[in-house]
Design a protein around this ligand. Sequence first.
Ligand code: ADP
Ligand code: MG
Length: 333
Amino acid sequence: GVGKGAKEGILIKDAATLEKLHKVNVVVMDKTGTITKGKPELVSLKNRSEKSDAEVVAILASLEHKSEHPIAHAVVTYAKEKNIALLPVERFEAIKGKGISGTIGGVQYIAGSGKLVGSDASLEEETRAGNTPVFLAAGGKVLAAVMVADAIKENAKESVARLHALGIKVVMLTGDDKNTAAAIARLVGIDEVVAEVMPEDKLNIIKKLQAQGRVVAMAGDGVNDAPALAAADVGIAMATGTDVAIETAGITLLHGDISKLVKAIALSKVTMRGIKQNLFWAFFYNVVGIPLAGGLLYPVFGWLLNPAFAGLAMAFSSVSVVGNSLRIKAKKI
Ligand code: ADP
Ligand code: MG
């Protein structure tokens, strides 16, 4: 099963992981980088300050330049495309799960979610389209907001449907805005969403599901979700994600291909079925052969087991187990 997985781009760390996977009844998916491509782009800018658009972008991009978040990358790339020069930033700080802060030209700025800047501007129309707002604020005043769009992976919707068909519950987990998360979830057909969660709470959500007796697989890219990946019964990392995700997870999906998640579960089921069949064939020959050889039927029919036949049966039991196992290689999953 592990060998077949490798051929399909499903890297399984150990046999125990493959064994546990067939029991999974809840799959928790991180949004950014798992359901979406994790390569967001800046799509619009709303400037509410006296500064020019270019100045606002320069400030925001300079701050984001110091961050490793995918959103940061989108802003910096946009500034580069517009040939906007970056400014020196002092006292940069990343605010986990919310945004960033830093000082430029003596002014302290913060950038990030509506929650962080205390903005009640809902930007409903944009967030309902599945885009993420990034607010820039200074001195308690929101200066601007940019919208960042992250495309959904092509096979996300189909994968969710296939998981549902297997009777598996799918939950989406994200630190992103509620409306944005709901929009993405609707587009891929996920009915349960937990949004605006702090990185440490992702872990607690996994633990809560486990406390309800669920067997939980967590799929993520490791940006803020490595503890959750480690806590899940089966951690599934996107190969496009961070090293720490791949390190902690039991399974890694090449190219971050989410459809391989369904394949991995199918593979686990096929492998477990094979193991049970093998146990049958390994014992069946012995259960029949040993009493025969011991003369169980001798008093009635005068039958004994010829030692040559016994040897043949012994070999056949091994051949059938190996042969049955090799069948997995040819199976389409
Ligand atoms: P996710 O669960 O999608 O990986 P994160 O926990 O990384 O989300 O971030 C949650 C939210 O915090 C983001 O949706 C964004 O609004 C805000 N945020 C985090 N880091 C940054 C950043 N560098 N720039 C702007 N916003 C950020
Ligand atoms: Mg993430």
